[in-house]
Write a protein that binds this ligand. Structure first.
Ligand SMILES: Cc1cc2nc3c(=O)[nH]c(=O)nc-3n(C[C@H](O)[C@H](O)[C@H](O)COP(=O)(O)O)c2cc1C
Length: 319
């Protein structure tokens, strides 16, 4: 690994490693108003939420690296103590990018970037109609991280009102498939959170998994199970007892199988049939551990944990 202390790097590089390694970052699209009443809009990806009671978010309108000047958002927040933070969705990324241009303080960035201003309910800064998620906020604190060029200004805000478009909601929740959020990576890269980029992992909840250290070697040493498969198995409270597994698997009807049938059913994602074929071949004396492990792996991919664990335990016992 390349290991280095930030003090050995020039500022650009220090910044670049943060941007590349901490990604994709959510983007706060921040609306403020100057003390002279000019609307301001700018994106900030040094941004996140930090607590729900009260709802607390923070972002960093940092000092410019090139000349240590401050940004309009920072000044407006200090002057007025208010902002509206919006989500950035795919259909407004180009306009968001336009709003990040260094327009002068007296330029209305709603006008420049082509956004429609909406009145807020509890604060003065306007809301961006084209974003489906708005948070009206009060500044709680501005923590300045040193005051040097490129230093962060940690704008900590309390959310005092949410506005959520019905278009992005399902059953009262924000639907990740509908909101189509965009995140910021290093360089000029962005990530679009939609389609295949979205996936689910069940939370551990209150049940405590057995942990990686409790996995038997026959699971850990498999060439088929990936690190994620092992993680999924280790999340389970325990492996099913062998006797119960044998009973369940013993009830499966066998068939007159040939090895080439296995791959055909694997391509179809039919792990139940794969197990039937693997068992039938096993019975005929044509034993292949890899068939069982591939079956278990596919069941894990489909999150059929009960089925997968039976096959995992059975395989460990038979081979
Ligand atoms: C996606 C994106 C994320 C950005 N994130 C930050 C950030 O976290 N902090 C920052 O100081 N500038 C960030 N910038 C740059 C500011 O948006 C830019 O300096 C802007 O002109 C500031 O506007 P203002 O002077 O109106 O506040 C980002 C720009 C883009 C396009």
């Amino acid at each position: 690994m390349y290991s280095v202390e930030p003090k050995e790097l020039e500022l650009r590089k220090r910044h670049g490693f943060l941007l590349g390694g901490i990604a994709p970052r959510p983007i706060a699209f921040v609306s403020t108003i100057s003390k002279d009443g000019v609307n301001n809009l700018a994106p900030f990806s040094f941004f996140n939420a930090f607590g729900a009671n009260p709802p607390t978010i923070a972002f960093s309108p940092a000092r410019r690296g090139r000349d240590n000047t401050t940004k309009d958002t920072y000044q407006n927040l200090l002057d007025t103590g208010e902002c509206v933070v919006h989500a950035v969705t795919f259909d407004i990324v180009e306009q968001m990018n336009l709003a990040s241009s260094e327009f002068a303080a007296d330029v209305d960035e709603f006008l420049k970037a082509g956004f429609t201003p909406l009145d807020s309910h509890l604060v003065k800064p306007k809301r961006v109609k084209e974003s489906p998620f708005h948070m009206e906020c009060k500044l709680i604190d501005m923590v300045e991280m040193g005051g040097g060029a490129g230093s962060g200004n940690f704008a900590i805000c309390e959310v005092i009102k949410y506005h959520i478009s019905e278009d992005i909601m399902t059953d009262g929740h924000i639907d990740p498939y509908k909101i189509d959020l965009v995140g910021r990576n290093g360089g000029n890269y962005y990530t679009r959170a939609n389609g295949d980029a979205l996936f689910e992992i069940a939370k551990p909840g209150l049940s405590i998994g057995m942990g990686y250290d409790k996995l038997p070697d026959y699971i850990k040493k498999s060439d088929v199970y990936t690190a994620n498969d092992l993680g999924k198995i280790a999340m389970q409270v325990e492996l099913p007892p062998l006797e119960e597994v044998k009973t369940r698997i013993g009830q499966i009807e066998l068939l007159d199988a040939e090895p080439e049938m296995f791959d055909r059913h694997a391509r179809l994602g039919d792990y139940e049939m794969m197990l039937k074929i693997a068992l039938s071949l096993h019975k005929k004396g044509d034993s292949r551990k890899i068939f069982f492990e591939r079956t278990a792996k596919l069941a894990l991919d489909f999150d059929d944990l009960d089925f997968a664990l039976d096959v995992v335990v059975y395989t460990g016992n038979e081979f």
